[in-house]
Design a binder for this molecule. Structure first.
Ligand code: 5GP
Length: 195
């Protein structure tokens, strides 16, 4: 997606060899117009898979997932939570996820009532790196007896294995931008569009 690549080139920072910082439009300040365009691009690609629900993980996945759910005709968005609430009810589905950015093992949770058996679920997240977050959400979808429509990532880090592994498993994956590497703080981008 050209507008996204331009935003990454203008505002993105490469940290060390493998962290992409895009706080200027996605992970801290949200460029709402750009995020709505992301939602339209995901909806265009995944509409044919007939999703009933969009699933993401809090927090930074929520804005592109929301935009996608709106573009798909105002379908519901469910975001998995990263912390257990005091008033947590029974029937929560859980999955273990290793956080690449924080280097910690986390549990993600979703209330089974919001992923009804048989629903068709589309995963949208901000980044696809090693595929841990996507793997955790796929586990929630399986436990709930739902069907996976595909995985949409705003930014795929092509030098990590998440995208390759999911595609090899036959998952329909769309990344709106692919980072091929980081060199002296600059983010290197694949300039071809999948669409
Ligand atoms: P994965 O689970 O695929 O290894 O990593 C994806 C998750 O980790 C995303 O939910 C995202 O929040 C976070 N993440 C992974 N790599 C990066 C990165 O380079 N920059 C940022 N901002 N988040 C990342």
């Amino acid at each position: 997606m050209k507008a996204l690549r331009e935003a990454i080139a203008r505002m993105g920072e490469g940290i060390g060899r493998d962290i992409v910082k895009v706080d200027g439009f996605l992970n801290h300040r949200v460029d709402t117009g750009l995020v709505m365009q992301m939602g339209q691009a995901f909806a265009k690609h995944f509409a044919a898979t007939n999703p009933d629900i969009v699933l993401t993980v809090e927090a930074s996945g929520i804005s592109p997932a929301f935009a996608t759910a709106v573009a798909l005709g105002n379908i519901p968005l469910v975001f998995a939570k990263k912390s257990a609430a005091v008033n947590q009810r029974e029937g929560m589905l859980t999955a273990d996820v290793y956080s690449f950015t924080h280097k910690t093992q986390n549990v993600i949770r979703a209330d089974g009532r919001y992923l009804p058996k048989g629903a068709r679920v589309l995963i949208i997240d901000d980044f696809l790196a090693d595929g841990q977050a996507a793997g955790g959400m796929i586990s929630l979808i399986r436990q709930a007896g739902c069907t996976l429509c595909g995985v949409g990532a705003v930014i795929e880090k092509g030098f990590q294995n998440g995208g390759k592994t999911l595609r090899a498993r036959g998952v329909n994956v769309l990344s709106l931008a692919v980072v091929t590497g980081i060199c002296d703080g600059s983010i290197l981008l694949d300039d071809t569009d999948e669409e």
